[in-house]
Design a protein around this ligand. Structure first.
Ligand code: FES
Ligand code: FES
Length: 153
């Protein structure tokens, strides 16, 4: 098995996995970072979203062969104590219902706001539209992103 080195939540990690192993399973099964969820496995739901060098990506569809030396941030590494503005706004609005999709929602929202801290309603909806919530918490998600933006800007 090849060896891969990557930075995960600021720590250097080494894993021995086959080159076609999806990042999602490396995070969950090898590094015990289970906040990142499996939804569809085909890049269609956003449950598995993490940051790759600051950009929101679908970890179910990225294989280790493309990740050597990259910086990954998962929901566990977004902030130390849940104090990232997006997490604070999520709590204020009480966004989650079952919670399953929420790590992915937060990782998408935080990457989006890092590049656009003063978004319009349309831009928020556009940025979040690929993250599916089977509990349909979309109205609260949009509201929380709006509030998070005010905390960031
Ligand atoms: S599990 Fe990765 S997008 Fe659905
Ligand atoms: S809160 Fe249940 S899937 Fe989104």
């Amino acid at each position: 098995m090849p060896t891969y080195q990557l930075s995960v939540n600021g720590e250097s990690r080494t894993v021995n996995v086959s080159e076609d192993t999806p990042l999602l399973w490396v995070l969950r099964d090898h590094l015990d970072l289970v906040g990142t969820k499996y939804g569809c496995g085909i890049a269609q739901c956003g449950a598995c979203t993490v940051h790759l060098d600051g950009q929101a990506v679908r970890s179910c569809s990225l294989t280790m062969a493309s990740l050597e030396g990259k910086n990954i941030t998962t929901i566990e590494g977004l902030s130390k104590d849940g104090e990232h503005p997006v997490q604070v706004a999520w709590k204020e609005v009480d966004v989650p219902q079952c919670g399953y999709c929420q790590a992915g929602q937060i990782m998408t929202a935080s990457a989006f706001l890092a590049n656009n801290s003063n978004p319009t309603e349309e831009e928020i909806k556009d940025a979040m539209h690929g993250n599916i919530c089977r509990c349909a918490s979309y109205t609260r998600i949009y509201k929380a992103v709006e509030i998070a933006a005010t905390k960031i800007s």
